[in-house]
Design a protein around this ligand. Structure first.
Ligand code: FAD
Length: 493
């Protein structure tokens, strides 16, 4: 049995930031993640926007956190060595209905205290973003919106938390929780833990984790979403994040020029039933392509290099009956759903949606303060907020590359040709915890170019095999049983 003060369940953005914020206190913290890496759930598949705070209702925890988070985002990314671009956003409309929505959002933004908001005419919008359709009638400019790579942020929070003493356990799934005197016993498929405080950051599964030792109150009813990623050749057609408010009922287009230089489009919104998986749908992808025609007519659609799916964890209040059935509220919960059970020592973040990425540090602080107050914890005098990232040579000059290769010849050996990533950067990623092909991608940026890993994947698998001392047949793409060769057979066939 492992004893700890605080047990965090789930290593998405929320869990990683809860661990980082807890490491500011003298507390023994363990984080359990079912998968082999952090940020493989919703934190991997989202829109990557740092919201400015005009889109949420005044005087709510969500808005308060979003405003605070946005103002502090550049400083946070500076501490963690994470790229962040404050590119601004334009919400656009193509007719009267949309114009009215934009005026309302503008008023709401003023009440919320969002800085720099401006309503623009269609012509002014097109002067700023010429790739947009000529049919734009109005725009809401928000200069403080930004974009970040979500998994780069989560990995940085994880590394900083681990450097400050938090203990991360991967590949273990919590299967039961029992309330005992003075704490909880949590069982995983590998170990038993005793914790005085539990923070449930289980994302799509946070409702069932909570119900391991609390009565049903809120359940998650996911919806599907699809995304498109366009090549870097298209990334420059927009300078800002675009939100399109459609004239007809339904979801408009969101377009993000990412920190990596690609153009991200999505998400679509479709119903969902069944086992949680992140597959894409033909219907969703087609709806996004047709929205591109309407909003970004000059986009070269032949430059589409990837699509991916996600699930929105929509929480609803439920009313359970004695026979095990339940009725569900008509409307989902729009606020952040944070539930506190067991005399305040079991905190659950249930299905935290947008702007959860923006607020991940604020939510982490919230959890850490609750645990520290409950456990009367002292501050950790040795906490160091700074994380030094590994060298990223993709944008380095020839001189910088030569200097790096002179110190370590592996920095001179290019493996990912599309993005110019060297063997040295891949080895750094593995030495910092990557054990799968996609974990290397999330750290070093490999396989994200035009060939999508077509040329470099086998080479990276060889490097993973060499560095981890594992046969190549055991190297996974991402997650359990995602064999790349041979389904686990020793001969690798
Ligand atoms: C479509 C979409 C777009 C979004 N876009 C934005 C955006 O642009 N900007 C923004 O601010 N926010 C955005 N968000 C919100 C943001 O992405 C989420 O709030 C955030 O990523 C949630 O992180 P999480 O840690 O709660 O969940 P996750 O990242 O899903 O992490 C949960 C983790 O718990 C683990 N787990 C589950 N069960 C167990 C168990 N029993 N034992 C151990 N581990 C377990 C899972 O493996 C997983 O790794 C978006 C959300 C969605 C759905």
């Amino acid at each position: 049995m492992t004893n700890c003060d605080v047990l965090i369940i789930g290593g998405g953005l929320l869990g990683c930031f809860a661990a980082r914020e807890l490491s500011r206190y003298e507390l023994n913290t363990v984080l359990i993640e079912a998968r082999e890496d952090v940020c493989t759930g919703i934190s991997r598949a989202n829109t990557a926007i740092v919201y400015s705070g005009y889109d949420t209702a005044p005087n709510t925890l969500k808005t308060e956190m979003c405003l605070r988070a946005n103002r502090g985002f550049a400083a946070l990314c500076g501490e963690l060595g994470v790229r962040f671009v404050r590119c601004g956003s334009l919400m656009i409309s193509l007719g009267q209905r949309g114009d009215a929505v934009l005026r309302k959002k503008y008023e709401q933004g003023l009440i919320n205290g969002v800085e720099g908001l401006q309503l623009l005419s269609g012509e002014e919008v097109r002067a700023l973003e010429p790739a947009l359709t000529e049919n734009v009638t109005m725009g809401l400019l928000s200069p403080t919106t930004g974009t970040v790579n979500p998994w780069e942020l989560g990995i940085a929070a994880y590394e900083n938390a681990a450097a400050n003493g938090a203990d991360f356990r991967f590949g273990e799934r919590v299967i039961s929780i029992e309330r005992l005197d003075g704490g909880y016993e949590a069982k995983t498929d590998k170990e038993r833990y005793f914790a005085r405080f539990i923070i449930n950051c289980g994302g799509l599964f946070s409702d069932s984790i909570r119900e391991m030792c609390a009565s049903p109150l809120v359940r998650i009813f996911p919806k599907r979403g699809d995304y498109l990623v366009f090549d870097k050749s298209e990334g420059g057609i927009l300078s800002r994040v675009i939100f399109h408010e459609p004239e007809q009922k339904g979801k408009g287009l969101t377009a993000v020029p990412t920190v990596d230089g690609n153009l991200l489009i999505g998400p679509s919104e479709l119903p969902f039933e069944g086992e949680a998986d992140f597959s894409t749908t033909e219907e969703g992808l087609e709806s996004l392509l047709s929205l591109c025609d309407e909003v970004l007519p000059s986009l070269d659609k032949s430059r589409l290099i990837r699509s991916f799916g996600t699930l929105r964890p929509n929480p609803f209040y439920i009313e359970p009956s004695d026979d095990g059935s339940y009725t569900r509220d008509k409307k989902g919960i729009s606020s952040f759903t944070i539930l506190s059970d067991g005399d305040g020592s079991f905190l659950s973040f249930i299905g935290i949606k947008t702007p959860g990425l923006t607020c991940s540090r604020e939510l982490g602080k919230y959890a850490a303060s609750a645990a520290a107050a409950y456990l009367s914890a002292e501050e950790n005098p040795n906490f160091n907020p700074i994380r030094i990232p590994s060298p990223n040579l993709a944008h380095a000059s020839a001189e910088e590359r030569i200097a790096a290769a002179a110190k370590n010849p592996l920095y001179g050996r290019i493996v990912c040709r599309c993005a110019g990533i060297s063997e040295g950067e891949i080895v750094d990623a593995i030495h910092r915890g990557a054990t799968t092909l996609d974990a290397v991608k999330r750290r070093a940026g490999t396989g994200m170019g035009r060939c999508q890993g077509g040329f470099c994947s086998t080479r990276i698998m060889e490097i993973l095999s060499r560095e981890l001392g594992k046969p190549i047949s055991e190297i996974m793409k991402d997650g359990p049983d995602s064999f790349l060769t041979g389904g686990g057979r020793d001969d690798g066939i």
